[in-house]
Design a protein around this ligand. Structure first.
Ligand code: UFG
Length: 348
């Protein structure tokens, strides 16, 4: 296959990062992973090797240090772009340790932009989140919806980073960027060789579901059943992580070929379909034929009631569409949980 050049992937050992590395390799790019391993496990690198047959280029380095990044990148020429995943993402923790989040997420983006300037790397894909919309006034939510006051310092870092990147690319002719606003990424690679690896007790729904089904957690807590939704539980737009990963390649191709219409573009990445927590539980049990004990508890502070994406802009302008449904998301998440417990943890 033709070599399409190097792409830096910060946080490439993490959940979305590792799936994106697999897709980049499949498309002929050569990813250079920069990851501190603070919140990720090198066992994922072995999974990438097993899936693709290629040992990915990896440097253990912190994105908050431009000097360390430059040292790692010394030998590479032809770096076409950066996909920037590396960030802290625990919403609750960001409330108790805001400085940690501003330093790493906002400080990290500043270092990345300076790196682009010094190494003349023209293209940046940024990991953003639907959290910037808060509870939207109308659904589905499109990219023109107003940015709401953030619910958490984590959410605020995403808003701030988007503004900083916007200002940077507008001020510098040779740079351009796409910000991808993820809805709720779930699921795992179909090989079950890579997937989400939450540290400690999972905050997010699907890892909590799979760990409960495996017997690691006693029961799933459904946070609230008195919302103004069809069944009273919250609604989210869950999107398969492999679909999400592919969108990064589409967005990078767009920037590299200079097909972008603006210097800073924003795309929502969702399926356009909302699912409630109770629907997810029912679907998980049906698809995987395993019991899933759960109880209804109080609402979780900071949760918004319902959100799902307007996919028109991503479908028509970016030329990307989510293909996998809830069934594949929940099946692959379960296969990964089992594979991880029965193979990777046993070998470690
Ligand atoms: N939920 C439960 N029980 C759990 C975990 C989650 O009922 O044990 C519910 C939540 O209340 C919510 C839904 O499942 O209604 C999804 O919760 P997640 O924690 O999986 O996802 P969030 O929508 O809260 O958060 C995600 C990302 C964040 C991002 C946010 C933006 O994880 O990074 O979307 O809305 F900021």
């Amino acid at each position: 296959m033709e070599d399409k050049g190097h792409i830096i992937v910060t946080g490439g050992v993490g959940y979305i990062g590792s799936h994106t590395v697999v897709e980049l390799l499949a498309c002929g790019y050569i990813p250079i992973i920069l990851d501190s391993l603070e919140n990720s496990d090198p066992v994922i690198l072995k999974g990438i090797k097993k899936i693709t047959g290629i040992t990915p280029i990896f440097h253990k380095v912190n994105i908050c240090s431009i000097d360390a990044m430059k040292e790692s990148l010394r030998d590479y020429r032809n770096i076409k772009g950066i996909i920037h995943f590396a960030a802290y993402k625990a919403v609750g923790e960001s409330t108790s340790e805001p400085l940690k989040y501003y330093k790493n997420n906002v400080g990290g983006v500043m270092e990345i932009l300076q790196l682009m300037k010094e190494l003349k790397i023209p293209n940046l894909i940024f990991s953003s989140s639907c959290t910037v919309y808060g509870q939207p006034d109308t659904l589905p939510v499109n990219e023109q919806a107003p940015i709401k006051p953030a619910e958490s310092p984590y959410g605020r870092t995403k808003q701030m980073c988007e503004d900083i990147i916007h200002d940077f690319v507008v001020a510098n002719n040779e740079f351009r960027s796409v910000s991808l606003r993820y809805f709720n990424p779930v699921g795992a690679h179909s090989s079950a060789l890579i997937g989400e690896l939450p540290q400690g007790i999972p905050n997010n729904l699907v890892p909590f579901i799979t760990q409960t089904a495996y017997g690691i957690r006693k029961e799933l807590m459904v946070f609230g059943s008195d919302y103004d939704t069809t069944d009273g539980s919250c609604i989210r737009d869950y999107i398969h992580v492999v679909d999400l990963a592919k969108a990064h390649i589409t967005a990078m191709d767009r920037l590299i070929t200079e097909s972008n219409k603006e210097k800073f573009e924003i795309f929502n990445l969702g399926t356009g379909r909302g699912s409630s927590v109770l629907e997810m539980i029912t679907a998980f049990k049906e698809v995987n034929k395993v019991p899933l004990p759960f109880i209804i508890t109080n609402r979780r502070p900071g949760d918004i009631e319902q959100v799902w994406s307007d996919t028109k802009h991503a479908n028509e302008e970016l030329g990307w569409k989510a293909e996998k449904g809830i069934k594949e998301m929940l099946q692959s998440a379960w296969e990964w949980e089992k594979y991880y417990r029965q193979n990777i943890l046993v070998e470690a």
